[in-house]
Design a protein around this ligand. Structure first.
Ligand code: B12
Ligand code: SF4
Length: 509
């Protein structure tokens, strides 16, 4: 039996660094994890092929018996296109992934077999049913699976050299209850984790495949602090035995700042960056978002504390919060300036189905249309994707979009970026690696392409910013050079991406 697993192409979005992959010299930022995980769940007597359309084209002519598609809502258009092309050619199409949470009816209409939720148990059950000629059309995982049953993904089936980073998933679920977030609903309110030995094995495999960085995709890495600490200790011990230097980044909550031991362990295990959804500096707004783990923290102090461990905070900031009037945009701008967040992911608050925010918005008649959540930052071409699905309370939609465009242009302007970088380089923060990067052909090529972009292909203001950053770097004897290079690469992506969103928001409805 032959099975081809496909991850359809993603649109450029804030998190995939689409606009700087040319400099990094790879095709896509992150490995998809569902494909190699499903491959590992497939019995050994089946012949399996993985295609990630982000790094290689999909061909419709295939001898596969089953085409298995994954996808999120942002990929919907391509998911259904592929599904229908394969069905026209007589293939049985199976479809799973987060897309099925919100678009179940469309998924059922466009695929032969639909999987809802985690597939560690349902996929092998389906294969078994299929072999017996009596498979169902829907497989739904009702209980949370035991993460110890999630196998080591078959990473070797992916074209690992085409990605900027390898990925692993260590836990699923989050103990917090932010009102806008569906993670606790979809993946559980108590983190479930893989065995530490398995995780170490996954890291070693990725290192052997040539990955020098790993994104630990967990939504809240330290949701179970005791487990996180135990794992970090083991990773720190593992690092010297790996074939090459490796670093990590992950997602966490701001309250990691309360735990010095945890921060020290992040550092020891080469966790260089934490994506933290901080959302706002305003405590009243945080309370409204039910971000309780942040309301009794001094946010500025917490941010400085994390940075003092040499860890970069990649901040998630939201605009268009409930009861915001236009002045709130400027307060958020000020907050970003005070905290000197360099990589920032910004978005408008959106109501995701089934979340407390969504339920409240329905009651208050504030839902404008189908959630565009996965459209706006994913730059889908659909017109409605330019905005949020929530009716603003204290301004018109036009005002909301106009102000959003204004702050995007400000945050990602060369002048703001230059000021942040100069402050960063002048600060005493020593980045984790805090030395010259490993100088090899790969890093030399990245530097060459980066110089060529900033010197010859960027506008005057951006060139000026680049010269100032270089000057500051040289005057501090290249301190934090590797993280500075990361910021410059990320900036190329973010500026292009967010300026495009600003353009969409500025365009006439
Ligand atoms: C890593 C990650 C990313 C990475 C992508 C890495 C990559 N190469 O795919 C990055 C950072 C680039 C990213 C970007 C975005 N992401 Co993202 N991301 C995640 C995250 C944190 C983990 C995904 C993962 O790797 N899981 C591990 C694998 C093993 O799990 P899985 O993919 O769910 O697969 C399991 C099951 O779903 C099932 N399954 C999956 N596919 C299939 C297919 C078949 C045939 C079968 C049988 C089963 C099956 O089996 C697997 C094993 O149980 C999830 C949150 C989460 N906890 O899942 C969000 C999540 C997937 N992302 C989300 C969003 C919104 C985005 C962005 C739009 C964010 C933005 N604002 O820009 C972009 C757009 C991405 C896109 N698809 O276009 C949403 C999607 C919501 C939805 N319902 O569609 C999620 C669920 C987070 C959330 N709740 O908001 N993301
Ligand atoms: S801490 Fe993060 S993952 Fe957990 S509920 Fe809040 S936003 Fe969601």
């Amino acid at each position: 039996m032959r099975i081809t697993f496909i991850n359809p192409k993603h649109h450029p979005h804030s998190m995939n660094f689409h606009h700087c992959m040319d400099i990094v010299g790879v095709k896509y930022s992150h490995m998809p994890l569902s494909l190699p995980t499903l491959a590992a769940l497939t019995p050994a007597d089946c012949k399996v092929k993985l295609i990630d359309e982000n790094v290689e084209p999909v061909t419709y002519e295939t001898d596969a018996d089953i085409v298995a598609l994954t996808g999120s809502v942002a990929q919907r258009k391509r998911v259904f296109e592929l599904s229908n092309e394969f069905r026209k050619r007589g293939k049985l199409v199976a479809l799973g992934g987060p897309i099925t949470f919100y678009m179940l009816e469309e998924c059922k209409a466009n695929a032969d077999v639909v999987f809802i939720g985690e597939a560690e148990y349902t996929w092998p059950a389906f294969i078994d049913d299929f072999k017996k000629g009596r498979h169902k059309n829907i497989y739904s995982q009702k209980e949370w699976i035991n993460m110890e049953d999630s196998p080591v993904p078959h990473f070797h089936l992916l074209k690992s050299s085409q990605y900027a980073s390898g990925c692993i998933q260590v836990t699923r679920g989050c103990p917090y209850r932010c009102s806008f977030c569906d993670i606790p609903i979809r993946y559980g309110g108590h983190p479930r984790s893989k065995k530490i030995d398995q995780v170490l094995g996954e890291i070693r495999t990725l290192s052997e495949l040539g990955c020098d960085s790993v994104f630990v995709v967990d939504d809240n890495f330290a949701g179970n602090t005791a487990y996180a600490k135990a794992l970090l200790k083991e990773i720190a011990a593992l690092l010297p035995s790996l074939p090459a230097k490796m670093y990590f980044y992950t997602q966490a909550a701001l309250d990691v700042a309360n735990d010095n031991e945890l921060l020290g362990l992040f550092r020891a295990a080469s966790f260089l960056r934490l994506f933290i959804g901080i959302e706002s500096g305003d405590k009243a707004k945080l309370r409204a978002l039910n971000k309780r783990h942040q309301t009794d923290i001094d946010i500025h102090h917490a941010v400085e504390k994390i940075k003092s461990y040499g860890i970069t905070i990649w901040a998630g900031i939201m605009f268009g919060l409930e009861d915001d009037d236009p002045s709130a945009f400027d307060r958020q701008l000020e907050f970003i300036k005070e905290t000197n967040f360099i990589p920032v992911q910004v978005g408008l608050l959106q109501a995701v189905p089934d979340t407390p925010l969504y339920k409240r918005a329905i009651e208050d008649n504030r839902i404008l249309r189908l959630p565009s959540i996965y459209g706006l930052t994913a730059l889908s071409e659909e017109k409605l994707s330019k905005s949020t699905n929530l009716i603003p309370q204290k301004m018109s939609e036009e005002e909301l979009e106009k102000n959003f465009a204004r702050v995007l242009r400000k945050i990602f302007s060369p002048e703001s970026f230059r000021a942040k970088m100069i402050q960063y380089i002048n600060s005493n923060t020593r980045n984790l690696t805090s030395s010259l990067p490993v100088f090899n052909l790969k890093t030399a090529m990245i530097l060459m392409r980066m110089f060529s972009f900033y010197l010859f292909r960027s506008d005057r203001k951006t060139q000026k910013m680049f010269f100032h950053v270089l000057k500051a770097l040289v005057s501090h004897r290249l301190r934090n050079m590797d993280e500075t290079v990361f910021h410059l690469l990320a900036y190329k992506h973010m500026q292009t991406h967010y300026y495009k969103i600003a353009e969409i928001c500025e365009s006439k409805r």
